[in-house]
Design a protein around this ligand. Sequence first.
Ligand code: KG4
Ligand code: ZN
Length: 306
Amino acid sequence: MVPELASRAHMQHIVPVVDVALKTAGCSLNDLDAIAFTRSPGLIGSLLVGTQFAKSLALALDKPLIAVHHMQAHVLANLIGDPKPAFPFLCLTVSGGHTQIVLCESPGQLTVIGETIDDAAGEAFDKTAKLLGLPYPGGPLIDKYAATGNPNRFKFPEPQIAGLDFSFSGLKTSILYFLKNAGESNIYKEEFLAGEDEQKRFIEDNLADICASVQNRIVSILLNKLRKAANQTGINQVCLSGGVSANSGLRKAFTEMGLKENWKTYIPEFQYCTDNAGMIAITAYYKFLAGDFSELNVSPTARAEW
Ligand code: KG4
Ligand code: ZN
């Protein structure tokens, strides 16, 4: 992604998008109670466009302004549909840029209790796909090929990270050498290194099993930490969110773990799992009820702090 092009695209699209949203909702600007926008984290150029537009609207319409944190919104997407999780609940948010376990005690009280110290889960999928020669974003393709593969055929290491944090960079390295060694080993050893043709043939012949085995490991890394978080907190309302929650292996294993551990599990409708404006609106709704408004001099930030 080119940041400058992304912010120009935001400028081009923001007015038509707001028009379509109002038309689809069947209301006018004057019907709105407040104007909400994403303040952080993200690409600063794109955030600036949204922030300035929201501030101008709020000023012109004399409506309150509400700043929303993108990652908090991913968690609160679970409150859009029914049934809703009861407080307190845990949410595993897995996207292309983030992997977090969040403890949510009320709509305004969210605490990150575990997160990745390097790559996000979506990046682990996308980078694996790239090593396999698949196009970006590779997550959905790995999911597709994994459906017909054997998840136990190849073994990849589970990182030994203390507490509730995640790490995916070691897995990525082991996959890299596994492919470079045409399946002989997943560590660097001169004698295993295969030629390019052999590597390609190994991938072609074993694509489904490789995808299923990698997916199986990513899912087990995610869910083992989620189970640990549930055990530590004693919370049994557990949610999933973010684009990676589209993964069929993750959804299936999450639901099975929920049954085994006696959790009540929730996954938002898919359109509210990937980046979407509905999750910003539901977060703003709870901030509105709490009177949590922003001043017109608020500025966006690229940083992830809450
Ligand atoms: O939340 P999202 O739409 O965007 C942000 O990153 O904020 O997540 C996108 C990520 C990408 O890494 C994509 O490969 C991954 O979600 N993804 C999947 C699947 N669908 C999307 N990963 C694995 N399996 C899928 N079915
Ligand atoms: Zn996101």
